[in-house]
Design a protein around this ligand. Sequence first.
Ligand code: ZN
Length: 157
Amino acid sequence: MKFLADSMLGRLAKWLRILGFDTAYSSAWDDAAVVRTARAEGRMILTRDRAMALRRGIQVFLVKSDEVEEQVQEVVAGLGLSTADSFSRCPECNGILQAVEKAEIRDLVPPYVFSTQRSFHRCPDCGRIYWRGTHLQRMLEKLELLEQSLAQNQRRE
Ligand SMILES: [Zn+2]
């Protein structure tokens, strides 16, 4: 399932990418560009705009919360998505991350990071380098909380 987050949902787009979902986003897209791009690329539009949600001929998921963590829950739980591919995409540009050998990135990360981290990934599209120890640690913790609350919600149902 591929998504397109409308211009109000940039933080949600980043989160969905972190969770491994192919999510297009540009703050510059107006409604017409959102619809055109979603149609051309076969993407489900994520929006908080009820008028957009009522349009015909497009796949739309109406997001209700204005809190990003609740929005993630709405989408993941509402569509029954699996988060098994978490940390496979670049949160900044949606590129698919590739594992890189430590030796290759020696000069590209701070020495402390190089000496303390084992596993690195690079985005082939924007060149950013990711490692779990710092960049993603807070997100990992949030993800754990999110998964716990999803599990609790599922138990309640
Ligand atoms: Zn990237």
